[in-house]
Design a protein around this ligand. Structure first.
Ligand SMILES: C[S@@+](CC[C@H](N)C(=O)[O-])C[C@H]1O[C@@H](n2cnc3c(N)ncnc32)[C@H](O)[C@@H]1O
Length: 241
């Protein structure tokens, strides 16, 4: 399995398992009726499809550097009869700022911490949004963990996260203010999803990179396997000048 495919599968599983939490975040957004939405670093479309469901009049422009993720997103849009409401833009946001029109809502979920210079990207989002528009930044306050802390194998999960996500837990509030936004709200959602077929598939895909096959099968048999994570969302307004 190549890494890109692996990531796409993880993103799809994550979208499925945390769908209710994502829906509750979209409902919380202080935004009544956006028409043009941009999903920055959209991946395979977790946010795109949640936003299309939440805002039935909206069109989403889904932006990502990965051609494969965008293809997967378009396939899903086609499956669900949503092609007329989604367009995709392939762009490396570190390198170029694409023409994204004048959206009234920009959604950036688990993508901002990947940017080489997030402060610059936030300023670019501010310049792109319509006056009065909203930027929603969603970030993992802690990486997903499947094992309880007292499981012997849980140290592998912890090590992996510390290595891979150096900006985990960054406080985006001051960064948003520095980029010109007014932060209107911040909310942290705790995710604890009990063992299910989808949680087990998700755990298998993630943990098979960290554990030897015997240890993997051992932990997947645990009845306290669960997805534990935390997401924080910041709602940041571009004031009407
Ligand atoms: C962890 S995924 C999150 C995907 C999606 N927003 C979600 O919530 O499931 C991060 C995404 O950001 C994209 N990404 C990372 N750096 C990027 C860049 N410089 N320009 C555009 N997209 C980028 C990756 O390709 C990936 O799809």
């Amino acid at each position: 399995m190549n890494h890109g495919h692996d990531q796409a599968e993880i993103l799809d599983l994550d979208a499925e398992v945390v769908a209710e939490h994502t829906a509750s975040i979209t409902e919380w957004l202080p935004m009544a009726d956006p028409r043009q939405i941009v999903d920055l670093g959209c991946g395979t479309g977790a946010g795109t499809f949640a936003l299309l469901a939440r805002f039935p009049e909206a069109h989403v422009t889904a932006v990502d550097a990965s051609v494969d993720h965008l293809q997967r997103l378009r396939d899903k849009a086609c499956e669900h009869g949503l092609t007329g409401r989604v367009s995709t833009v392939q762009a490396d946001l570190d390198a170029e700022w694409p023409d994204l029109g004048t959206p009234d809502l920009v959604w950036a979920s688990a993508s901002m911490h990947h940017m080489a210079d997030p402060d610059r990207v936030l300023r670019q989002v501010h310049g792109t949004l319509a006056p009065g528009g909203l930027l929603a930044v969603v970030e993992l306050a802690g990486m997903p963990k499947f094992l309880p802390d007292d499981a012997p194998e849980s140290r592998f999960e912890q090590h992996h996260h510390d290595e891979r996500v150096p900006h985990r837990g960054a406080d985006w509030g001051p960064k948003l203010t520095a980029a010109g936004f007014t932060v209107e709200g911040e909310r942290t959602v705790s995710v604890h999803i009990e063992q299910s077929a989808a949680v087990e598939r998700y755990a298998r895909v993630v943990l098979q990179r960290l554990l030897d096959p015997d240890a993997l099968e051992r932990v997947l048999r645990r009845d306290d396997l669960a997805l534990r994570s935390e997401r924080t969302v910041w709602a940041a307004r571009k004031e009407i000048a």
